[in-house]
Design a protein around this ligand. Structure first.
Ligand code: HAM
Length: 418
């Protein structure tokens, strides 16, 4: 046999039984937005490259280093989406969803592509469940978004070791003055060349540097919290007040700066303490001004993206048993042609009445078929041989207790339901 193909570097397959956890996580993360009146949106996996350059920001690692960009046969520069927000905003504007009632609230789920150095929790294809709410600056909306992000993780999935970090990054009014102050401070420090370059591109990102010796140098750095304008301070205070009302526990994180350029005011990150370096299991914030940058009207916006891959890792790290098994209720075994003619429609009818059913294929012997029944995880085996075919009955065996009984075919459904 020649060498088998492998999944591309930095990607992995979602296969059973892990895929049950995966599906449960995706479902749990999308439950709060569905409960809160958010509509579902799905956009293409690739967009015009310029959308991400403008929308995510040229100075970000995502755009400058990590995009999967290619020319199609019509010489258009396209990019596999590295994140969801830019494409969703484009779709809202293109489909004129912003011309109806505001805020427009949507949720989405899907793959994103970033050419990153792969490691545990960091992949070249990852999946997010996200939301975007457009057209309102109300701090109650920021609080709703943060509540949704944490409710799924903490309450539905039952994760314990999660910290919610919240900050305000100020706005286009107050941030420039703060940025100048911070830049002046950072230029006085002895820093490596890459960090010095980062000061000139986006000094706020330096605050977020995780290296201990850099953090030591930054103890006296000016913090945005002390330089917010009155409006931003009032907005921030109300967001925190509403989080208190909602019973969402959080920590103020005055150095939290996220990796994408579009954030203003509220920013937040969910961090899991059991995941090592790639600890952010979700994050988001406000991006008032971004829609204008994309050529749309001056509408505010706020949203989040939750990482499905890392949330699964967090659940595994906490040893939680999440994810329904997809084992069928009943495993049907037909011995002989006549029995098969009964079993094939029987399996169809069971499934149609929401009793999950699997059946034995290619079975040469009852013993082999019973082995398949055990392996399937089904609660019951239903066996029909020549004798049962003739008498229009079936043997139902409880695979846990070993008990079995013979029931008329027209009572099979009723017996299993009981
Ligand atoms: P982000 O922080 O870049 O935000 O990504 C959101 C989440 O996706 C991260 O917290 C992490 O859990 C997961 N994630 C990101 N990159 C990777 C990777 N390489 N491997 C595994 N998981 C990853 C955004 O993308 C924003 N669009 C969120 C947002 C929506 N802000 C406002 N609206």
């Amino acid at each position: 046999m020649s060498d088998l193909f492998r999944a591309p570097k930095g990607t992995y397959d979602v296969v059973p039984p892990f895929s049950e956890l995966w599906l449960t996580v995706k479902d749990a993360l999308s439950t709060p937005p569905r409960m809160a009146g958010y509509g579902y949106i799905e956009t293409p996996l690739f967009e015009d490259t310029a959308l991400f350059v403008r929308g995510v920001g040229e100075s970000t690692d995502v755009v400058s280093k990590e995009m999967y960009t290619f020319n199609d046969k019509g010489e258009r520069s396209l990019t596999l989406r590295p994140e969801g927000t830019a494409g969703v905003l484009r779709a809202i504007l293109e489909n004129r969803l912003d011309r109806g009632g505001l805020p427009v609230k949507v949720w989405y789920s899907g793959a994103n592509f970033r050419y990153e150095q792969p490691q545990s929790g960091r992949y070249r294809q990852h999946t997010q469940v996200g939301v975007e709410a457009i057209g309102s600056s109300d701090p109650a909306l920021d609080a709703e978004i943060i509540w949704m992000a944490t409710y799924a993780q903490r309450t539905i999935l039952g994760l314990q070791n999660i910290r919610l970090l919240v900050n305000s990054l100020g706005c286009h009014q107050c941030r420039p003055a703060y940025r100048n102050l911070l830049t002046a401070f950072l230029r006085t420090l002895e820093l490596d060349e890459a960090t010095q370059q980062r000061i000139e591109i986006n000094p706020l990102r330096v605050l977020d540097d995780k290296r201990a010796h850099i953090q030591e140098l930054l103890v006296d750095a000016p913090l945005i919290a002390d330089h917010l304008c009155d409006d931003c301070r009032a907005h921030h205070r109300l967001v925190l007040h509403y989080l208190d009302l909602l019973g969402v526990s959080y920590e103020l994180a005055p150095r939290l700066v996220r990796g994408l350029d579009y954030y203003v005011r509220t920013t937040f990150e969910l961090v899991h303490t059991g995941l090592g370096a790639q600890s952010a299991i979700g994050g988001g914030g406000r991006y008032d001004g971004l829609i204008e940058t994309l050529g749309g009207p001056a509408l505010a916006g706020v949203g989040f993206g939750l990482g499905v891959d890392r949330t699964c890792l967090a659940i595994q790290a906490e040893g939680l048993s999440v994810g329904e098994s997809n084992a069928p209720v009943v495993f049907v075994i037909a011995m002989g042609e006549a029995a098969l003619d009964i079993c094939i429609p029987l399996v169809g009818n069971l499934r149609a009445s929401a009793i999950s059913a699997d059946m034995a294929f290619d079975s040469r012997s009852l013993k082999a078929a019973m082995k398949s029944a055990d392996r399937s995880g089904a609660k019951f085996a239903l066996i029909i041989g020549d004798e049962e075919s003739k008498s229009q009955t079936a043997v139902i065996k409880n695979l846990l207790s070993g008990e079995q009984s013979t029931v008329p075919l027209d009572l099979v459904q009723e017996t299993l339901t009981k």
